[in-house]
Write a protein that binds this ligand. Structure first.
Ligand SMILES: [Fe+2]
Ligand SMILES: [Fe+2]
Length: 362
């Protein structure tokens, strides 16, 4: 039975334990210390394209038809083979949430199939700067190329993180850290993936959200937020994701969207793209959220046509913790999240966090 808070919830309030359990929040006060008891797993996750899946994050446990079927998006091109003799792949993962020791072990066990495989990391590696750096460094050591787009958790100013930077300053520091590691970010030139199904421009994006995925019946952000607070469904971003120096998160979002549109429009029109964003570019994936109030923290209507305007052969996202494949306007959308242990342990084939987006065995 869904409980509702009728009293005022202050923006600085941390989510209740019940909210943590129901919604998959990381409670900043109780986040686990990353595990140091790591071991390398010998297996790499096979392609996790799925047809009919029942995911715990979906309302009514409803099965969702994968629009992509069993076929890999963009399949049909020539097969490029890496130095190891294995066809090259473009993999993606998100929401590793490595503050959980089990998740950290999974992240540390991610390995390529081919020497030339790339990995797209679509945000929510973790909350603490040192954890994010350590995980990305390890991935960069193992994969030919790593491309990162920020999630909301990386942008939090977590009370347990000695890095106290807020908002844009924190994002800029994350970008500098990635550049030092050799990990590509939304601020770098978009790389071209040359493998099978290529060449394809890989565009990591940071659009954030602007509360335009409002609750049904709400005409404004304020009304939508009011309904969310009344329902007790409040994203921790409200207290930890600071927009400084912007006055609010939607202003930061609008600036990001405007700048990103300009860059996407400048891509060679002869080339297709893979768009990588923590938040889904379209609203439809949020339709299966158990708590629809959460959608307002999941994206912006301003990106609704980017997958068609910018020739996407795949749109990679996470954040929802509902891993699945769907198709919108003929474009495969791949939700590639691992999620929290309590979520992935309920899935029949978990952990299988890495999803093949392009390339690989024919
Ligand atoms: Fe997440
Ligand atoms: Fe997220």
């Amino acid at each position: 039975m869904r409980s509702r808070n009728t009293g005022l919830i202050l923006p600085c309030r941390a989510p209740s334990e019940e909210q943590v359990q129901r919604l998959g929040y990381v409670n900043p006060d109780t986040s686990a210390v990353p595990g140091r008891n790591r071991r390398r797993w010998d297996v790499v996750a096979a392609c996790a394209h799925r047809n009919l899946r029942c995911e715990p994050g979906q309302k009514d446990g409803r099965q969702v038809q994968s629009g992509a079927g069993d076929a890999h998006p963009g399949a049909g091109g020539a097969s490029a083979v890496g130095e190891s003799g294995v066809p090259t792949s473009l993999f993606a993962v998100s929401d590793l949430h490595v503050a959980y020791e089990e998740n950290r072990r999974i992240a540390d066990a991610l390995v390529p199939e081919s020497d030339d495989d790339w990995l797209l990391v679509a945000g929510d590696v973790g909350e603490k700067f040192a954890d994010i750096e350590a995980v990305l460094r390890g991935l960069r050591d193992r994969f030919h190329r790593v491309v990162w787009a920020p999630g909301n958790h990386e942008l939090w100013t977590h009370p347990g993180d000695p890095v106290r930077l807020r908002g844009v300053a924190r994002y800029d520091a994350l970008v500098r850290m990635c550049r030092d590691l050799g990990v590509l970010t939304p601020e770098d030139d978009y790389p071209v993936w040359p493998g099978p199904d290529g060449p394809v421009v890989v565009a990591p994006l940071f659009p954030l959200y602007d509360y335009s995925f409002r609750v049904a019946g709400a005409a404004t952000k304020e009304q939508s937020l009011e309904l969310a607070y009344a329902a007790g469904v409040v994203c921790t971003d409200e207290s930890l994701l600071h927009p400084d120096p912007y006055p609010n998160r939607e202003s930061w979002c609008w600036a990001r969207v405007a700048a990103t549109e300009t860059r996407l429009a400048a891509i060679d029109p002869a080339l297709p793209t893979v768009l990588v964003s923590h938040w889904p570019l379209v609203r439809q994936p949020t339709d299966v959220l158990w708590y629809p109030e959460f959608a307002q923290w999941c994206g912006t209507e301003l990106t609704a046509d980017w997958h068609t305007r910018f020739r996407a052969v795949a749109a990679v996202y996470g954040h929802l913790h509902i891993p699945r494949s769907t198709t919108y306007d003929g474009v495969p959308f791949e939700e590639v999240s691992l999620g929290y242990p309590r979520e992935w342990k309920q899935r029949p084939d978990s952990p299988a966090p890495m999803r093949r987006i392009l390339g690989g065995p024919r």
